[in-house]
Design a protein around this ligand. Structure first.
Ligand code: MG
Length: 262
């Protein structure tokens, strides 16, 4: 099931996305409004609205986004970094999250903004110290993410709070897919329609199980929390006016435009 979060007539709701549409478009898609929330038992109301008539929001409002770095060998290498033996994580704050179609605001303190297409894991239930064999039980589903990074700031500041945590630096969406096997999906990033990144989730060094075991050993994960799993090679610049799209096979396409910060 594809679960979207959206606003309609001033209210926020979740809905199951039904129908098919050409890649990157929403034509022909319909939302069946969910009674309740997707983190508990829920029912479909049977009340349907065309997706084109609503505004999609970030599919979840995470309490925290935990992002793992250097989880694809070719990407670690392209930035001159070693591949870490153990996963390493950093945070993107909840205020960095934006939804599909929202604008990425180029920060005033950077001259080198980069895209990083990533598979995002959405946590479905409160958990900690999750054993490897229980990891699948704590996952609600998967969505697309862009770990937008001020690369120049990342290079000159020891902590990445500003470089990777500024407002609008975490586009998520377009929805959460609950029924996809994430182990070998194509992950792609285009800028203005031109391909920049192309990889497969099977190229991850540390698996989704490894990452969730690793982070839940340290902290409680809450429903709606998001885990970013690293980016494949091909990261590169974003400029004001660019349209950046992250597409993951079996999930969908997340598109955002870059604007000058007002
Ligand atoms: Mg990243």
């Amino acid at each position: 099931m594809r679960i979207a979060r959206f606003s309609i007539d001033g209210n926020v709701a979740f809905g199951a996305v039904e129908g098919d549409s050409p890649p990157g478009t929403t034509e022909g898609l319909v939302l069946d409004i969910i009674k309740g929330i997707p983190f508990a038992d829920f029912e479909l109301s049977g009340t349907k609205v065309p997706l084109s008539k609503v505004r999609l929001l970030p599919p979840v409002l995470p309490n925290k986004v935990v992002a793992f770095g250097r989880n694809y060998a070719a990407h670690a290498k392209e930035l001159g970094n070693e591949v870490p033996d153990t996963p390493f994580a950093f945070f993107k704050p909840s205020t960095s999250v934006i939804g599909p179609g929202d604008q990425i605001a180029y920060p005033s303190f950077s001259q080198e903004l980069h895209h990083e297409a990533e598979l995002a894991v959405v946590i479905g239930r409160m958990c900690r110290e999750v054993p490897r064999e229980r990891v699948k039980d704590v996952i609600l589903g998967y969505t697309c993410a862009n770990d937008v990074t001020a690369r120049d700031v990342q290079k000159r500041e020891k902590q990445w709070a500003r470089a990777k945590g500024f407002d609008t630096s975490c586009p998520l969406g377009p929805w959460v897919e609950t029924d996809v096997d994430p182990s070998d999906l194509t992950i792609q990033c285009t800028v203005n329609g031109q391909q920049r990144q192309l990889g497969r989730t099977s190229q991850m060094i540390h698996s989704i199980e490894d990452l969730i075991v690793n982070i839940s050993e340290a902290m409680t994960l809450l429903p709606g929390d998001v885990i970013l799993t690293g980016t494949p090679e091909g990261v590169g610049p974003l400029n004001v006016g660019d349209e950046v799209a992250v597409t993951i096979e079996g999930i969908g396409t997340l598109t955002n435009k870059v604007i000058k910060r007002g």
